[in-house]
Design a protein around this ligand. Sequence first.
Ligand code: GDP
Length: 138
Amino acid sequence: MAHTTLMMIKPDAVENGHIGGILEKVTAAGFQIKALKLTQLSKNDVERFYEVHQERPFFGELVAFMSRGPIVAAVLEKENAVSDFRTLIGATNPAEAAEGTLRKLYATSTGENAVHGSDSDENAEIEAAFHFAGRERF
Ligand code: GDP
């Protein structure tokens, strides 16, 4: 059965002109795009999206970073979408990310790490509903 995951191309990668390069690698890896938009998160949006991290010392930096410019949000479909996409994006810290992963190619630091991918099927659905209305999903 095909599963879905929620991707965000983060503000650093959008600023650096990597939307096209990332979407090319995502589709070449066998993911189908089921929803897609360029949008910008408010500070309040980021605080809600990353609520689980609110006690972490980097939370303020994360909120400032993720709200500072446009992002691309997408719902991606593939068998084992969540785990296969996390493999494609690589480790949180790009210095530890495997060769060829999106974070190795496009990220600059642990904070500014180019791409988000959901960490479970349940969160993928919650995150997709956060970004997309039903009529924006195909
Ligand atoms: P992910 O699942 O690989 O995205 O990593 P986490 O769920 O642990 O963290 C969520 C996001 O918070 C990361 O992708 C980073 O953008 C940010 N983050 C994590 N650790 C740090 C940190 O030490 N400093 C800063 N500034 N941001 C961090």
